[in-house]
Design a protein around this ligand. Structure first.
Ligand code: PLP
Length: 394
């Protein structure tokens, strides 16, 4: 038997069969360029608008406020750079947090190197930004607040509604990277006073390389890609028709089935949290106890290296992560785990399990069976653990 259990849905999700089926005709039959005038092309313009409607409905926006991009990274870059450029007369200050995805963090670093002022707000031990810190950081030259909706490593949800209300009151634009949240938890951009919101197809069982940016009507933003007049002159480049269609379908299904999926995910997640607490010592759950994504857990196992843990799990057919897919391959501990106050050695010993709709209670049971001996074996090889045991005996 070769076990293959995928527990890394925050990195990416498989494309759903129903989604793939809606995409296939646009590769070989209905392949026309939507900007052309003949029949097969014009129809493609309509299917794009249908997908735009599906995306808009998924987040409580109007279709005219949705712009397709090549994914979450582009949406984040565009939101931040585009707003800063378009509002240069108003000011040059951005407020963000220390736990953002690299697509936001490195964009802010880049702008800082170009003379833009950036405030990086700290988070508490659960990974939450304080709305009062946001209020306190707003200055006369503040143009944009960019704070993520749900963290990709520890699953913590931010107080988005409170931050949105402060931004509105102070007349500052509010962008949120909602890539981990869209299609997973209810989001309504109008209720939450969000001005710009980033999303991505492949985090909600849609295809990779497609995403969208919601831009509230009236928000000033410059394009970052220059070229044709696609996306109402805001985002140049021939539309990724199949990707757009798939993303729209994925969003429609995600919203329709959200409650059922979340009930299932929460049950699996709690089975996992309980099981690990029962079977393994010196472990802590990272992130907020209740304000977290339904399918996401992140544990720190003291005295061991997350990377070795991943390799041994991989040998058992379990695919998980030590944090962000983007930081693997680098030896730096996660900036998110450091930001919630973990010391370096603990930040190295983390395991992220992100569950998805195809996971089962049996798979979680299997993980709970194989994980304790792996942790024990790694601890037996660990000098830190040896030292700890010695001190215990003294
Ligand atoms: C995955 C992810 C992104 C990047 O999205 P891509 O579509 O892969 O470019 C951005 N932000 C968060 C929070 C993510 O999880």
């Amino acid at each position: 038997m070769s076990t293959k259990i995928y527990f890394d849905h925050a990195a990416t999700t498989p494309v759903r069969k129903e989604v793939l089926d809606t995409m296939l005709p646009y590769f070989t039959q209905s392949f026309g360029n939507p900007s052309s005038v003949y029949d097969i092309a014009r129809k493609n313009k309509q299917v794009i608008d249908q997908a735009r409607e599906q995306i808009a409905q998924g987040v409580g926006a109007s279709p005219e406020e949705i712009f397709f991009t090549a994914g979450g990274t582009e949406s984040d870059n565009w939101a931040i750079k585009g707003v800063i450029e378009a509002n240069a007369k108003k000011g040059n200050h951005i407020i963000t947090s220390t736990i953002e995805h690299h697509a936001v963090m490195h964009t802010c670093d880049y702008l800082e190197s170009k003379g833009i002022e950036v405030t990086y707000l700290p988070v508490d031990e659960y990974g939450r930004v304080s709305p009062e810190d946001v209020r306190g950081a707003i200055k006369d030259n503040t143009v944009l607040i960019t704070i993520m909706f749900a963290n990709n490593e520890i699953g913590t949800l931010q107080p988005i509604k409170e931050i949105g209300a402060i931004a509105k009151e102070k007349g500052v634009l509010f962008h949120t990277d909602a890539v981990q949240a869209v299609g997973h938890i209810p989001i309504h951009v109008k209720d939450l006073n969000i001005d710009l919101l980033s999303m991505s197809g492949h985090k909600l069982y849609g295809p990779k390389g497609i995403g969208a940016l919601y831009v509230r009507k009236g928000v000033k933003i410059k394009p970052i890609l220059h070229g044709g007049a696609q996306e109402r002159n805001r985002r140049a480049g021939t539309e990724n028709v199949s990707g757009i269609v798939g993303f729209g379908k994925a969003m429609e299904l995600a919203v329709k089935e959200m409650d059922t999926h979340n009930q299932k995910l929460i049950a699996l997640r709690d089975q996992l949290i309980r099981g690990i607490a029962e079977k393994i010592d010196h472990v802590q759950l990272n992130g907020h106890p209740t304000e977290r994504l339904p399918g996401s857990v992140n544990f720190t196992f003291e005295f061991i290296e997350g990377e070795s843990l991943l390799l041994l799990l991989d040998m058992k057919g379990i695919f998980a992560s030590s944090g962000s897919a983007c930081t693997s391959g680098s030896l730096d501990p996660s900036h998110v785990l450091l930001a919630i106050g973990l010391p370096h050695e603990k930040a190295h010993g983390s395991l992220r399990i992100t569950l998805g709709m195809e996971n089962t209670a049996e798979e979680v049971e299997y993980l709970l069976e194989v994980l304790p001996p792996i942790v024990q074996r790694l601890r037996e090889m660990s000098p830190l653990y040896e030292e700890y045991i010695k001190n215990q005996k003294r």
